[in-house]
Design a protein around this ligand. Structure first.
Ligand code: TTP
Ligand code: CA
Length: 367
């Protein structure tokens, strides 16, 4: 099989760069863009800042008063977020990207994967010129700089992109993947948060290279089948997920037989909760939100039915799956007198995760 060539483009200090674009006088000053909560003049949190402000220690998620303190004595400019303006710029850039890729997967307002395998004829050497051309066109037509990671799949291109910012271009060829990944800390892999990295550290795993030495049985026993297999592959830079246009992703679901036929909601939900655990682990590796929760039932007479609910907004948490599934089962049980034999739950209508403003409190929690 021929190798793929996948790019991740991530716009540099995006909200702040947009502000510089409409007011070039900001370019040599620290610029902080924030969400003002309105409680006091300076209450709220930093969304992002330009690289000048970052030199003074300003970070996304930081309380605005703290950013102000760090920038005391400078000619820093603080601005409120203007999503409508940033979305418009983002759409223009994404429009240009479309012309460069066979498929485009927009991950957030400032990030997109591009499958450019055909355009560069599988060549990583051509990919370098291709990425430079794309960067130059966007700079000229829109005025925004961005960073590109190029790799044989999404996993590698994402990590490549994060390794050199701003205005970076990092290319990792299939031959370089192992050397590139192995010294990096495990939390550079999607799905490795605080809890998992602590667990891995207790197993003596600090780097992606360490993780590649753990055998698959141990990973599956420790993290479960879905995550264990994912970590095994990720440590080797293996990722077969396609670059997927929005709305192409399917649903994730599980189905199972109850120990006995029943109409007892608690028994049903115990089974459903086990399935949710499994579904959620798989879901967490996708970096998406879901908008649909569905249930399936097979009755004692072997007739089957499905019910689903579309949520008002995309959700990421686990508890909502439980709550909506329970609501659907309650309704369904009210409609029938039969006992239930098999049950299943699924989530779907995935949307790529939009970056949410971090809670103020998260800044104070140890990271
Ligand atoms: P990032 O890509 O994380 O950051 P960035 O584009 O500002 O900087 P860079 O990529 O050069 O490191 O986030 C993209 C946008 O998302 C960012 O401009 C503002 C917004 N954002 C928030 O609103 N809150 C946050 O906590 C983060 C991390 C980002
Ligand atoms: Ca960015």
């Amino acid at each position: 099989m021929q190798n793929r060539v996948v790019m991740l483009a991530d716009f540099d200090y995006f909200f702040a760069q947009c502000e510089e674009l409409r007011n070039p006088a900001l370019k040599d000053k620290p610029v902080v863009v924030g969400v003002y909560s309105g409680r006091t003049e300076i209450s709220g949190a930093v969304s992002t800042s330009n690289y000048i402000a970052r030199k003074f220690g300003v970070k996304s998620g930081m309380p605005l008063f703290l950013a102000q303190r760090k920038l005391e004595g400078t000619d820093a400019v603080f601005l409120p977020v203007d999503h409508v303006y940033y979305d418009r710029i983002s759409e223009r850039i994404m429009g240009i990207f479309r012309g460069y890729a066979t498929s485009l997967e927009q991950v957030s307002v400032d990030e997109a994967y591009l499958d450019v395998t055909e355009q560069v004829d599988c060549s990583f050497e051509s990919a370098e010129d291709y990425a430079k051309k794309m960067k130059a066109q966007v700079k000229m037509e829109v005025g925004i700089s961005f960073t590109v990671g190029v790799g044989p799949n999404k996993l590698v291109s994402k990590i490549a992109c994060d390794s050199q910012k701003p205005d970076g271009l990092t290319i990792v060829t299939p031959d370089e993947v192992a050397c590139f990944l192995s010294p990096l800390p495990v939390d550079r892999l999607l799905g490795v948060g605080h809890k998992i990295s602590a667990k891995m550290e207790s197993m003596g795993v600090k780097t992606i290279g360490d993780l590649a030495h753990v055998d698959i049985q141990r990973l599956v026993v420790t993290f479960g089948r879905v995550l264990g297999v994912y970590f095994f592959n990720a440590a080797r830079g293996i990722d077969n997920e396609p670059v997927q246009e929005a709305g192409e992703a399917e649903s994730i679901g599980r189905m199972g037989t109850l120990k006995q036929d029943t109409r007892d909601i608690e028994v049903i939900m115990d089974k459903i909760d086990e399935q949710i655990e499994d579904i959620y682990k798989e879901f967490c590796t996708k970096n998406m939100s879901y908008r649909l929760v569905g249930i399936s039932v097979v009755m004692t007479n072997l007739s089957g039915k499905s019910r689903s609910k579309t949520l008002e907004k995309p959700i990421k948490d686990k508890q909502t799956i439980h709550e909506v599934a329970q609501e659907l089962f309650d309704k369904y049980l009210a409609e029938t007198e039969l006992a239930i034999r098999r049950v299943g739950v699924r989530i779907g209508s995935f949307v790529k995760e939009e970056r949410k403003q971090k809670q103020l409190t998260s800044f104070f929690q140890p990271s």
